[in-house]
Design a binder for this molecule. Sequence first.
Ligand code: NAP
Length: 257
Amino acid sequence: MTTNSSHAGRVVLVTGAGQGIGAAIARAFVAQGAAVAVLDLDHERAALTADELEAAGGTAIGVAADVADRASLAAALDRVVHRLGTVDILINNAGISPKHDGAPAPIDAMDEAEWRRVVDVNLTGAFLAAKLVVPAMQAKGWGSIVNMSSVAGRTYFPSIGVHYAATKAALIGFTRHLAGDLGPHGITVNAIAPGRIRTPLIASVPAAVNEAAIQATPLRRLGEPIDVATAALWLTSADAGFVTGQVVDVAGGWLMT
Ligand code: NAP
């Protein structure tokens, strides 16, 4: 692994990092000299990703937790702080987008339990993780948080459900308000709104849905997880020290507002 040093000495917690965009973000931070906690619901996946990063010469630990469960998340954070000392950067990446035979349930067929689980994971999970790490960031007078929204939280996209769109839009309000509250403490809070990114999350939909997304994208391709990871690196770097409360679209020009 080529190691640079834009994030040397930083400790980064990435949620939902066992695969997909989160794993790419974990790799990118390790490549920039950070120590990374790979948090995932799936213990084995978290451990495998962390092992891969360690084998490549980085510092990483795998921790299992459900971001929607405060006790589980708090226990995971205790392990991270015990092993790595602190959390300087939080990437709220964990997210779910339930499908039924490759399609989201329309509102009349969506059961309340599914709605609540999506809100709990995608939105409350970001709240709980931020609530747990912010006190230490405030004490240090520095920290950075990135919330993974979606272009689907900014415009209509038919292949996701109303719960997913609602949570991704809410994360933008969460980001802006928290940025205002935490700015005086030297903490930046930004969001990334990816377009269609090639990960296991989008593998469950019919190929035509992804093809339609490509055709709606001026750059005429799906995004790769590394496209999102480089945005997360920049937003949490010293170069972006005066950037907060922003939503960065990583979407190939899909949405231009
Ligand atoms: P992914 O491939 O499904 O990976 C998400 C990871 O998060 C999985 O390893 C998953 O574990 C984990 N996770 C799910 N629920 C969790 C929980 N409650 N606690 C902890 N970890 C949990 O998804 P992705 O495509 O990389 O997406 C990552 C983020 O980007 C999500 O927030 C997603 O909404 C957002 N996003 C993705 C796209 C896209 O096109 N891919 C576009 C816009 C935004 P399990 O598999 O074990 O559940």
